[in-house]
Design a protein around this ligand. Structure first.
Ligand code: BEZ
Ligand code: FE
Length: 311
Protein backbone atom coordinates (compact mmCIF):
# COMPACT_ATOMS: atom_id res chain seq x y z
CA UNK A 1 0.00 0.00 0.00
CA UNK A 2 1.47 3.35 -1.02
CA UNK A 3 1.86 5.90 1.69
CA UNK A 4 0.13 9.23 1.11
CA UNK A 5 1.01 12.30 3.12
CA UNK A 6 -2.08 13.43 4.93
CA UNK A 7 -2.22 17.09 5.82
CA UNK A 8 -3.87 17.33 9.12
CA UNK A 9 -6.29 20.29 8.83
CA UNK A 10 -5.79 21.24 12.41
CA UNK A 11 -1.95 21.45 11.94
CA UNK A 12 -2.45 23.52 8.80
CA UNK A 13 -4.68 25.91 10.70
CA UNK A 14 -2.22 26.03 13.57
CA UNK A 15 0.61 26.80 11.14
CA UNK A 16 -1.34 29.67 9.52
CA UNK A 17 -2.30 30.99 12.95
CA UNK A 18 1.35 31.09 14.07
CA UNK A 19 2.45 32.87 10.90
CA UNK A 20 -0.32 35.48 11.14
CA UNK A 21 0.31 35.99 14.84
CA UNK A 22 4.00 36.67 14.22
CA UNK A 23 3.19 39.27 11.54
CA UNK A 24 0.70 40.93 13.87
CA UNK A 25 3.20 40.99 16.77
CA UNK A 26 5.84 42.69 14.60
CA UNK A 27 3.30 45.19 13.22
CA UNK A 28 2.25 46.04 16.80
CA UNK A 29 5.89 46.45 17.86
CA UNK A 30 5.94 49.60 15.72
CA UNK A 31 2.66 50.80 17.23
CA UNK A 32 4.24 53.39 19.53
CA UNK A 33 6.34 55.07 16.80
CA UNK A 34 5.96 58.82 17.49
CA UNK A 35 6.30 59.87 13.85
CA UNK A 36 3.03 58.78 12.18
CA UNK A 37 4.60 58.50 8.74
CA UNK A 38 7.45 56.28 10.02
CA UNK A 39 4.84 54.16 11.80
CA UNK A 40 2.85 53.76 8.58
CA UNK A 41 5.97 52.89 6.58
CA UNK A 42 7.27 50.29 9.05
CA UNK A 43 3.94 48.61 9.64
CA UNK A 44 3.15 48.37 5.94
CA UNK A 45 6.68 47.18 5.13
CA UNK A 46 6.31 44.46 7.77
CA UNK A 47 3.00 43.26 6.30
CA UNK A 48 4.35 43.16 2.74
CA UNK A 49 7.66 41.51 3.65
CA UNK A 50 5.95 38.86 5.75
CA UNK A 51 3.38 38.23 3.01
CA UNK A 52 6.25 37.67 0.56
CA UNK A 53 8.04 35.21 2.86
CA UNK A 54 4.81 33.29 3.44
CA UNK A 55 3.69 33.32 -0.19
CA UNK A 56 6.94 31.93 -1.63
CA UNK A 57 7.61 29.74 1.46
CA UNK A 58 11.11 31.29 1.62
CA UNK A 59 13.74 28.75 2.64
CA UNK A 60 16.45 29.59 5.14
CA UNK A 61 19.09 29.01 2.43
CA UNK A 62 17.35 31.44 0.11
CA UNK A 63 17.19 34.10 2.84
CA UNK A 64 20.88 33.59 3.53
CA UNK A 65 21.67 33.97 -0.20
CA UNK A 66 19.62 37.18 -0.26
CA UNK A 67 21.57 38.54 2.73
CA UNK A 68 24.86 37.69 1.00
CA UNK A 69 23.63 39.45 -2.13
CA UNK A 70 22.68 42.62 -0.21
CA UNK A 71 26.01 42.51 1.61
CA UNK A 72 27.78 42.48 -1.74
CA UNK A 73 25.62 45.38 -2.95
CA UNK A 74 26.84 47.28 0.10
CA UNK A 75 30.48 46.35 -0.37
CA UNK A 76 30.66 47.54 -3.99
CA UNK A 77 28.95 50.84 -3.14
CA UNK A 78 31.21 53.86 -2.63
CA UNK A 79 31.28 57.59 -3.46
CA UNK A 80 31.20 56.86 -7.20
CA UNK A 81 29.24 53.62 -7.44
CA UNK A 82 25.75 53.33 -5.92
CA UNK A 83 24.69 49.72 -6.34
CA UNK A 84 21.63 50.12 -4.08
CA UNK A 85 20.15 52.71 -6.44
CA UNK A 86 20.96 50.42 -9.35
CA UNK A 87 19.10 47.61 -7.56
CA UNK A 88 16.13 49.89 -6.98
CA UNK A 89 16.29 50.87 -10.68
CA UNK A 90 16.25 47.31 -12.07
CA UNK A 91 13.44 46.32 -9.66
CA UNK A 92 11.37 49.21 -11.05
CA UNK A 93 11.17 50.74 -7.57
CA UNK A 94 12.89 53.97 -8.66
CA UNK A 95 10.46 54.34 -11.56
CA UNK A 96 7.43 53.48 -9.40
CA UNK A 97 8.53 56.10 -6.83
CA UNK A 98 8.87 58.67 -9.64
CA UNK A 99 5.41 57.71 -10.90
CA UNK A 100 3.77 58.00 -7.46
CA UNK A 101 5.40 61.36 -6.79
CA UNK A 102 4.72 63.01 -10.14
CA UNK A 103 1.00 62.59 -10.44
CA UNK A 104 -0.62 62.85 -13.84
CA UNK A 105 -1.69 66.47 -14.28
CA UNK A 106 -3.59 67.37 -17.47
CA UNK A 107 -1.14 66.96 -20.33
CA UNK A 108 2.00 67.73 -18.29
CA UNK A 109 5.10 65.96 -19.60
CA UNK A 110 5.77 62.64 -17.91
CA UNK A 111 8.72 62.17 -15.59
CA UNK A 112 11.20 59.34 -15.60
CA UNK A 113 14.23 58.17 -13.63
CA UNK A 114 17.03 60.60 -12.80
CA UNK A 115 19.94 58.20 -13.25
CA UNK A 116 23.40 58.63 -11.74
CA UNK A 117 25.04 60.89 -14.33
CA UNK A 118 23.57 64.34 -13.64
CA UNK A 119 26.10 67.00 -12.66
CA UNK A 120 25.12 70.28 -10.96
CA UNK A 121 26.18 73.53 -12.59
CA UNK A 122 27.00 72.23 -16.03
CA UNK A 123 28.20 74.87 -18.53
CA UNK A 124 25.66 77.46 -19.66
CA UNK A 125 25.12 77.77 -23.40
CA UNK A 126 23.14 80.25 -25.49
CA UNK A 127 20.07 79.06 -27.36
CA UNK A 128 21.31 77.22 -30.44
CA UNK A 129 24.60 76.36 -28.71
CA UNK A 130 26.26 72.95 -28.71
CA UNK A 131 26.31 70.69 -25.64
CA UNK A 132 28.78 68.18 -27.13
CA UNK A 133 31.96 69.80 -25.80
CA UNK A 134 34.03 67.21 -27.69
CA UNK A 135 31.78 64.17 -27.04
CA UNK A 136 31.59 62.03 -30.18
CA UNK A 137 28.35 61.28 -32.04
CA UNK A 138 25.98 62.35 -34.77
CA UNK A 139 25.00 66.02 -34.32
CA UNK A 140 21.36 66.40 -33.43
CA UNK A 141 19.32 69.60 -33.43
CA UNK A 142 16.79 69.57 -30.59
CA UNK A 143 14.11 72.22 -30.27
CA UNK A 144 10.80 72.80 -28.57
CA UNK A 145 8.84 74.96 -26.20
CA UNK A 146 8.28 75.04 -22.47
CA UNK A 147 4.70 75.84 -21.49
CA UNK A 148 2.42 75.42 -18.48
CA UNK A 149 -0.61 73.16 -18.52
CA UNK A 150 -2.72 76.27 -19.29
CA UNK A 151 -0.79 76.67 -22.56
CA UNK A 152 1.17 79.79 -21.61
CA UNK A 153 4.89 79.88 -22.47
CA UNK A 154 7.27 79.76 -19.52
CA UNK A 155 9.86 82.42 -20.30
CA UNK A 156 13.20 81.83 -18.61
CA UNK A 157 12.64 78.14 -17.77
CA UNK A 158 15.98 76.53 -16.92
CA UNK A 159 16.66 73.50 -19.11
CA UNK A 160 19.50 71.17 -18.10
CA UNK A 161 20.40 68.42 -20.60
CA UNK A 162 22.87 65.56 -20.44
CA UNK A 163 23.65 62.47 -22.47
CA UNK A 164 26.15 59.73 -23.24
CA UNK A 165 28.47 59.88 -26.27
CA UNK A 166 28.17 57.49 -29.21
CA UNK A 167 30.25 54.91 -27.31
CA UNK A 168 27.65 54.90 -24.55
CA UNK A 169 29.68 56.75 -21.91
CA UNK A 170 28.96 59.94 -20.00
CA UNK A 171 31.83 62.40 -19.47
CA UNK A 172 31.99 61.48 -15.76
CA UNK A 173 32.73 57.86 -16.69
CA UNK A 174 36.04 58.86 -18.26
CA UNK A 175 39.22 59.65 -16.33
CA UNK A 176 39.84 63.35 -16.01
CA UNK A 177 37.60 66.35 -15.60
CA UNK A 178 36.41 66.99 -19.16
CA UNK A 179 32.79 68.23 -19.26
CA UNK A 180 31.06 66.96 -22.39
CA UNK A 181 27.55 66.06 -23.48
CA UNK A 182 25.88 68.31 -20.93
CA UNK A 183 24.86 71.96 -20.61
CA UNK A 184 22.13 74.22 -19.36
CA UNK A 185 20.17 76.82 -21.27
CA UNK A 186 17.28 79.18 -20.72
CA UNK A 187 14.02 79.30 -22.65
CA UNK A 188 13.36 82.61 -24.44
CA UNK A 189 10.42 84.99 -23.86
CA UNK A 190 8.16 82.71 -25.91
CA UNK A 191 9.25 79.62 -23.96
CA UNK A 192 11.26 78.40 -26.94
CA UNK A 193 14.56 76.57 -26.71
CA UNK A 194 16.96 74.86 -29.12
CA UNK A 195 20.43 73.35 -28.98
CA UNK A 196 22.81 71.03 -30.77
CA UNK A 197 23.22 67.69 -28.99
CA UNK A 198 24.07 64.18 -30.13
CA UNK A 199 21.68 61.56 -31.46
CA UNK A 200 21.27 59.26 -28.42
CA UNK A 201 22.68 55.73 -28.55
CA UNK A 202 22.01 52.71 -26.28
CA UNK A 203 24.32 51.82 -23.41
CA UNK A 204 24.33 49.37 -20.50
CA UNK A 205 23.95 50.34 -16.86
CA UNK A 206 27.00 49.27 -14.82
CA UNK A 207 26.68 45.46 -14.80
CA UNK A 208 29.98 44.18 -13.42
CA UNK A 209 28.58 43.84 -9.88
CA UNK A 210 25.83 41.92 -8.05
CA UNK A 211 23.03 43.75 -9.88
CA UNK A 212 24.58 42.72 -13.20
CA UNK A 213 24.67 39.10 -11.95
CA UNK A 214 21.01 39.33 -10.99
CA UNK A 215 20.14 40.57 -14.51
CA UNK A 216 22.19 37.75 -16.00
CA UNK A 217 20.56 35.09 -13.81
CA UNK A 218 17.12 36.33 -14.84
CA UNK A 219 17.95 36.60 -18.58
CA UNK A 220 17.54 40.36 -18.54
CA UNK A 221 19.62 42.83 -20.50
CA UNK A 222 21.51 45.66 -18.74
CA UNK A 223 20.89 47.97 -21.73
CA UNK A 224 19.00 51.20 -21.51
CA UNK A 225 17.03 52.44 -24.50
CA UNK A 226 18.78 55.39 -26.20
CA UNK A 227 17.82 58.62 -24.48
CA UNK A 228 18.61 62.27 -23.81
CA UNK A 229 18.09 63.55 -20.25
CA UNK A 230 16.26 66.77 -19.34
CA UNK A 231 15.72 68.56 -16.05
CA UNK A 232 13.44 71.58 -16.40
CA UNK A 233 12.93 74.09 -13.60
CA UNK A 234 10.69 77.15 -13.42
CA UNK A 235 9.19 79.05 -10.46
CA UNK A 236 5.62 77.99 -9.63
CA UNK A 237 6.03 74.73 -11.53
CA UNK A 238 6.88 71.18 -10.58
CA UNK A 239 10.48 70.41 -11.55
CA UNK A 240 10.49 67.94 -14.40
CA UNK A 241 13.12 65.21 -14.60
CA UNK A 242 12.71 63.19 -17.74
CA UNK A 243 14.32 61.85 -20.92
CA UNK A 244 13.30 61.60 -24.53
CA UNK A 245 13.70 58.31 -26.37
CA UNK A 246 14.32 57.51 -30.02
CA UNK A 247 11.36 56.17 -31.99
CA UNK A 248 12.30 52.86 -33.61
CA UNK A 249 14.97 51.95 -31.03
CA UNK A 250 14.66 48.19 -30.54
CA UNK A 251 15.35 48.54 -26.79
CA UNK A 252 12.22 50.62 -26.09
CA UNK A 253 10.37 47.58 -24.73
CA UNK A 254 13.23 46.22 -22.63
CA UNK A 255 14.77 49.28 -20.95
CA UNK A 256 16.64 47.84 -17.96
CA UNK A 257 15.29 50.48 -15.55
CA UNK A 258 11.72 50.71 -16.93
CA UNK A 259 12.15 54.40 -17.74
CA UNK A 260 10.37 54.45 -21.09
CA UNK A 261 7.00 56.18 -21.38
CA UNK A 262 5.18 56.14 -24.74
CA UNK A 263 4.69 59.92 -24.59
CA UNK A 264 8.46 60.43 -24.34
CA UNK A 265 9.31 58.59 -27.58
CA UNK A 266 10.21 61.16 -30.23
CA UNK A 267 11.19 61.16 -33.89
CA UNK A 268 14.88 61.76 -34.39
CA UNK A 269 14.70 62.42 -38.12
CA UNK A 270 18.04 61.74 -39.81
CA UNK A 271 19.12 64.31 -42.40
CA UNK A 272 21.72 64.04 -45.15
CA UNK A 273 24.78 66.25 -44.98
CA UNK A 274 23.34 68.25 -47.90
CA UNK A 275 20.19 69.25 -45.99
CA UNK A 276 20.60 72.80 -44.66
CA UNK A 277 20.72 72.91 -40.87
CA UNK A 278 18.05 74.95 -39.00
CA UNK A 279 20.57 77.56 -37.86
CA UNK A 280 22.75 77.53 -40.98
CA UNK A 281 25.58 75.76 -39.18
CA UNK A 282 28.02 74.01 -41.52
CA UNK A 283 28.56 70.48 -40.25
CA UNK A 284 30.61 69.34 -43.22
CA UNK A 285 30.20 65.76 -44.45
CA UNK A 286 28.28 64.55 -41.44
CA UNK A 287 24.68 63.41 -41.46
CA UNK A 288 22.66 64.97 -38.67
CA UNK A 289 19.33 64.48 -36.95
CA UNK A 290 16.50 66.65 -35.78
CA UNK A 291 14.10 66.15 -32.86
CA UNK A 292 11.29 68.18 -31.34
CA UNK A 293 10.31 68.03 -27.68
CA UNK A 294 7.57 70.33 -26.42
CA UNK A 295 7.66 70.38 -22.65
CA UNK A 296 4.62 71.04 -20.46
CA UNK A 297 5.21 71.71 -16.76
CA UNK A 298 2.61 71.00 -14.08
CA UNK A 299 1.93 73.73 -11.52
CA UNK A 300 3.47 73.33 -8.09
CA UNK A 301 0.94 71.79 -5.71
CA UNK A 302 -0.08 74.08 -2.90
CA UNK A 303 -0.72 71.23 -0.42
CA UNK A 304 2.31 70.02 1.56
CA UNK A 305 3.46 66.62 0.36
CA UNK A 306 5.25 65.41 3.46
CA UNK A 307 2.43 63.12 4.56
CA UNK A 308 1.30 61.44 1.37
CA UNK A 309 -1.59 59.06 1.65
CA UNK A 310 -1.10 55.63 0.20
CA UNK A 311 -4.00 54.05 -1.64
C1 BEZ B 1 20.91 56.58 -16.92
O1 BEZ B 1 19.94 57.02 -17.47
O2 BEZ B 1 21.94 57.04 -17.26
C2 BEZ B 1 20.77 55.52 -15.86
C3 BEZ B 1 19.59 55.40 -15.17
C4 BEZ B 1 19.46 54.43 -14.19
C5 BEZ B 1 20.54 53.60 -13.90
C6 BEZ B 1 21.73 53.73 -14.58
C7 BEZ B 1 21.85 54.70 -15.58
FE1 FE C 1 21.19 58.08 -19.07
Amino acid sequence: MSETIQHNPSSTNEQARREQELTQTVVESFGQTPDPRLKELMQSLTRHLHAFVREVRLTEDEWSTAIDFLTEVGHITDDRRQEFILLSDVLGVSMQTVTVNNEADADATESTVFGPFFVENSPSIDLGGDIAGGASGQPCWVEGTVTSTDGNPIAGALIEVWEADEDGFYDVQYDGTRIAGRANLTADDNGRYCFWGLTPTPYPIPHDGPVGRLLDATSRSPYRASHLHFKVTAPGHRTLVTHIFVRGDELLDSDSVFGVRRSLIKDFAEQSSETPTPDGRDIGESTWAQARFDIILAPTKSRPDTHRKSH
